[in-house]
Design a binder for this molecule. Structure first.
Ligand code: DHE
Length: 497
């Protein structure tokens, strides 16, 4: 009997001992007072990024806590450690990771209201207004300070450096002539930049949480794939004005998020993988398109995917079976499962010819190995052990090596160069020991390879792709991907599509 009052006492004591405990409701008020002016009502984003659970999925609560306390260098995010006590910061963090009380929506009217034309493209010269080779420019995403640099790919000099939207993700995509580049931010902002005139043309917020975008091979359309709201948004590529949104409902009416969307140039179509229904879609943009999807039944839910060189088959990551599956876009049938044991970041897989046959290789995000598959038999040729799991892989027709990073683990400063014929690791470079080395792209002629050292005090390092000698080092703040205009518009072997 004496235990009950004692327990009650303990409970009251606990409440009294934590006078600072802050409820989620109070945290909501703190949000309105301190955060809403930048991060928007309902946490949808504004000058600052959206703070919805979907937007924060890549940030650990401890990191969010540190950012609120200390601010974020090289951004407008101020430090709140002097205004909010630790309990208030903890409660704010918990609040941010809760779903919004009112489920967020993003309507056609919201998309239209966000649309801004920044430069009248018709008033601009249609030829390059710089002396660099327009097909050998590099667009470099500097993730640490949310900037983009444009580099001349012959001398690696900077032509432009501008602020991007928060957290660009995925490869920027180009118009077929290489003049315009399209960026997508995780918060759904799509921007188009003119590489001839080095100026931003337009921007629009196409969704609240975006996966990626694709540009049609005729340069007329941009298709954006969203997680939130789960849909596709079709834009006019010229100025990003809204054409229409396409709900991503499975054949049974289930709403789905979009895993990824790419253009398939020889098919004049967009191909879309859906995350919550077992379907891939092909949407033709040939002629006068109606953008009605052709549904292809998949054997599983699909994540990211790549194509075979002829764009007949797609190779997709899936959550069960062997980790991957092949879908024949001509017959509309799932062909086979493929062994991809470590959930690869598949859009980064590459293919090349080995002894007359096409092979496909991809790093695995959760396993330290490169999977190499035969693209005729779909058989696994080899799993090449690496010093840790990797994210990106790159090569060039003129290079004997496939470069791949070790993105995770204690050896993340290493980059392996895999001999494309023997499938052995031929060289391991450590560009800046102790700092994460990741993501490579080649010049259009394949002579040089540009590598990112993904660190606040990082760099973009230019290597002679044959001698492997360092040619130039440009200091940068977490340079992530870099994209060569010529390689991208040619859908060159060895690069991402
Ligand atoms: Fe990516 C490309 C998905 C996490 C940096 N990433 C892509 C693409 C997809 C994808 C579908 C291809 C888009 C395209 O090019 O059109 N990425 C995913 C994920 O599902 C994953 C694992 C989890 C997520 O949060 O989305 C993921 N990606 C990351 C990161 O954490 C990285 C390293 C840092 C970041 O910027 O978020 C990252 N992803 C990249 C980059 C590309 C990319 C740099 C473009 C590679 C290229 O060479 O084209």
């Amino acid at each position: 009997m004496r235990l009950i009052p004692f327990a009650l006492l303990m409970l009251c004591g606990a409440v009294q001992a934590a006078p600072e405990a802050v409820s989620l409701e109070q945290a909501g008020v703190l949000y309105e007072q301190h955060c809403q002016s930048c991060h928007g009502a309902n946490r949808l984003g504004g000058a600052g990024p959206a703070l919805l659970p979907e937007s924060l999925s890549r940030i650990k609560p401890d990191e969010a806590r540190a950012v609120i306390h200390n601010g974020r260098p090289a951004s407008q995010m101020a430090a709140f450690g002097d205004r909010l006590n630790p309990a208030q910061i903890d409660a704010l963090v918990s609040y941010l990771y809760q779903p919004a009380a009112t489920p967020p929506t993003w309507s056609d009217a919201d998309i239209r209201a966000s649309h801004r034309i920044l430069t009248d493209v018709d008033a601009l010269p249609s030829t390059p207004q710089h002396s660099a080779d327009p097909l050998n420019l590099f667009v470099v995403v500097e993730a640490g300070n949310h900037h983009v640099r444009v580099l001349d790919g012959d001398h690696f000099e900077e032509l432009a450096n501008f602020q991007s939207h928060f957290a660009l993700h995925g490869g920027p995509k180009f118009s077929p002539d290489g003049r315009f580049v399209y960026f997508a931010s995780r918060d759904g902002w799509i921007s188009v930049y003119d590489l001839h005139n080095l100026t931003m043309i337009a921007e629009v917020r196409a969704g609240l949480n975006t996966r990626n975008l694709a540009v049609s091979n005729d340069g007329r359309w941009v298709l954006v794939g969203n997680y939130l709201p789960g849909n596709l948004v079709l834009l006019d590529a010229r100025d990003l004005s809204l054409v229409k949104h396409i709900p991503t409902l499975g054949a049974d009416g289930t709403q789905s998020r979009v895993s990824a969307v790419y253009t398939a140039p020889p098919r004049d179509s967009f191909v879309v993988a859906l995350k919550d229904v077992k379907e891939a879609w092909e949407i033709s943009y040939a002629g006068e398109p109606d953008f009605q999807p052709r549904r292809i039944e998949a054997a599983d839910f699909l994540d990211d995917f790549s194509f075979t060189p002829d764009y007949r088959y797609l190779l997709a990551t899936s959550r069960k079976a062997l980790g991957g599956q092949v879908i024949d876009l001509d017959t509309g049938k799932a062909v086979t499962d493929i062994p991809l044991p470590g959930m690869p970041h598949l859009g980064s897989g590459i293919y090349w010819k080995r002894g007359g046959n096409w092979v496909f290789a991809t790093p695995n995000v959760s396993k330290g190995l490169i999977s190499v598959l035969d693209l005729q038999s779909w058989k696994l040729i080899k799993e090449i052990p690496t010093e840790g799991p990797g994210f990106f892989m790159r090569s060039h027709l003129n290079s004997p090596y496939a470069w791949t990073d070790v993105f995770f683990g204690p050896n993340n400063d290493a980059v392996h160069l895999i001999d494309k014929q023997t499938l052995e690791v031929a060289h391991t470079l450590r560009p800046m020991p102790g700092k994460n080395a990741a993501h490579v792209e080649f010049t259009n002629d394949g002579r040089y390879a540009l590598l990112s050292v993904w660190d606040t005090d990082g760099a973009l390092i230019v290597y002679d792709a044959k001698t492997l000698k360092e040619i130039k080092r440009i200091p940068m703040n977490k340079p992530s991907g870099k994209y060569n205009v010529g390689n991208k518009i040619e859908y060159a072997e060895g690069t991402s599509h």
